[in-house]
Structures are given as C-alpha cells and as structure tokens.
Ligand binder design. Sequence first.
Ligand SMILES: NC(=O)c1ccc[n+]([C@@H]2O[C@H](COP(=O)([O-])OP(=O)(O)OC[C@H]3O[C@@H](n4cnc5c(N)ncnc54)[C@H](OP(=O)(O)O)[C@@H]3O)[C@@H](O)[C@H]2O)c1
Length: 256
Amino acid sequence: MKRPLRAVVVGASSGLGRCIGIGLAERGARVALLARRRQRLEAAAEEAGSGALAIECDVTDAGSCGVAITEAATGLGGIDALVYAPGIGPLARLADTDADTWRRVFDTNVTGAALVTTAALPHLAESAGAAVYLSSVSASLTPPWPGLGAYAVSKAALDKLVEAWRAEHGGIGFTRLVVGDCAGGDGDSTTAFARGWDQDLAAELHPLWIARSYLSGSLIEVDELVNIVETVLRGGSSMSVPSVTVTPRPIGLPRP
Ligand SMILES: NC(=O)c1ccc[n+]([C@@H]2O[C@H](COP(=O)([O-])OP(=O)(O)OC[C@H]3O[C@@H](n4cnc5c(N)ncnc54)[C@H](OP(=O)(O)O)[C@@H]3O)[C@@H](O)[C@H]2O)c1
C-alpha cells in the first residue's frame, strides 16, 4: 500500500492555511499543523483527524522553526511536503509605514519562509519532496495595491526566494502559488487577513481597488485551491511547475 503524504502546513491556525491543512488530511495525508496559537491548532488537528499533529511555531524565531520542524518530522516519520502560508498585510500607506512594520512584514512573509525551509530541507531532500509558498496576485499580476505596498513588496521577495531555493536545491520541488481573493472556509478557517485594519483607511482604499479592477468581486472556492495544492505536493521533486496561479472566475461567467 502507498504511504500517505506526510505534510507540514505552516500558518494552519486560520484561514487558507487551516483549510489546506485540514483539506490535505481529508484527502489522505498525515499532517502537522504549525502556527503560534496552540488552542486553535489543537482544534484544527481534531477536525483534521487521522492523527494530525498540532505544533507551536513562531516563524520569526529561527529556534522555534527548528524545534517545530524536528517535532513534525519525528511525529510524521519524515516530511514529503511543506506548505508555507503565514502572511501579514498591515494596511498603511507607504509614507506611514514605519521601520518596525517593515521588519514585521519581512520577518513573517519572507525570512520566516527561509527559516522554515532551511529546517525542513534535509527531510524534503531525503523524500525528494515538494514545498509550496502562498504568494499574492498583488506581487506579480497587478500593480501593488495602495495601502498594501509593504505586503506586495514582501510577496515579490518571497517569489524570488522560491526561485532562489529552486536554483540551489534541484532535488526538491519548489512552487510559488499565486493566490487571488479567497475567503477560506467557516469559523477559524475564515481568512483573518484584514483583522486589525484601520476601517476608515480601508473604506477609503476599497473603492480604489475596485476601480482599478484589483478586486474582481468574486472569490476562489477554497476546496479548489486545496485540490491544486495537493496536486503540486503529490508531484514531489519531479513536479516541474515553478508557479501556479489560482484566481476566481470573473463575475458573470456561469459556473459549469
Ligand atoms: N485570503 C486571501 O484572499 C489571500 C489572497 C492572496 C494570498 N493570500 C495569502 O495566503 C496566506 C494565508 O492568508 P489568510 O488570508 O488565510 O490569512 P490569516 O487568516 O490571517 O492566516 C494567517 C496565518 O499565518 C499565521 N502566522 C502569522 N504570523 C505567524 C508567525 N509569526 N508564526 C507562525 N505563523 C504565523 C497565523 O497563525 P498564528 O497567528 O496562530 O501564528 C495564521 O495561521 C497568506 O500568506 C496570504 O498572504 C491570501
């Protein structure tokens, strides 16, 4: 019998990462769910079933990444697949973005991805596995959205990071996943990306995003996103697709 995919999903306490973690488990994978909020991870692991592991990890701390990935590899008996979903997007115009905010955004969205990958590298090399990183349309398909400049810059850096890993480690599949608007699932699986935004600034910028056609008004079905992530991960190192883009069907086009 074929061994289940052994997958580590980072950023699995909320939103898309939670949907991917639980969704992979529902599709037969053994999963380790990583993020900072333990209680939320435990609830997600219970929902995932099949011996899913809940492991605390702060991606801004190299020591925490190392310990968490080791615990995941031990618990799963190896790692075939890594999903990097942590991402923060504080809402602020560039002129109002201070050094601390720039650091937080890069620590979480870019450096954290490098630290987690470094820790997982020997395990992924051994299994000829694959890693998928959640990026954004605002880094590659649209101009940067006003108010989310630091976020777009960090995701562009993440895109390059994925290419850089691929250049140095041919024995592992590295894929960038460019994601459009997606609300995630229900409860804790709903995206909390906009949590903490200044609502007055959001109300000012939202019409601009619509006028510039950055927001299509429709959303990606999260199950379809999970299916695509699963396909890429199951391809392992032989998956030659460096980038996948998932955007919602434009409004007005009927669903089949
Ligand atoms: N939703 C969308 O429409 C959309 C579109 C394009 C791209 N994306 C990308 O998809 C990813 C997930 O977004 P989302 O909408 O699901 O956001 P979300 O609901 O806010 O989830 C973010 C996740 O990142 C984790 N995280 C944040 N800081 C962390 C840290 N220091 N260490 C470990 N984990 C950390 C959070 O867990 P803890 O707080 O528990 O640590 C949480 O699980 C992001 O990379 C985002 O850029 C989303």
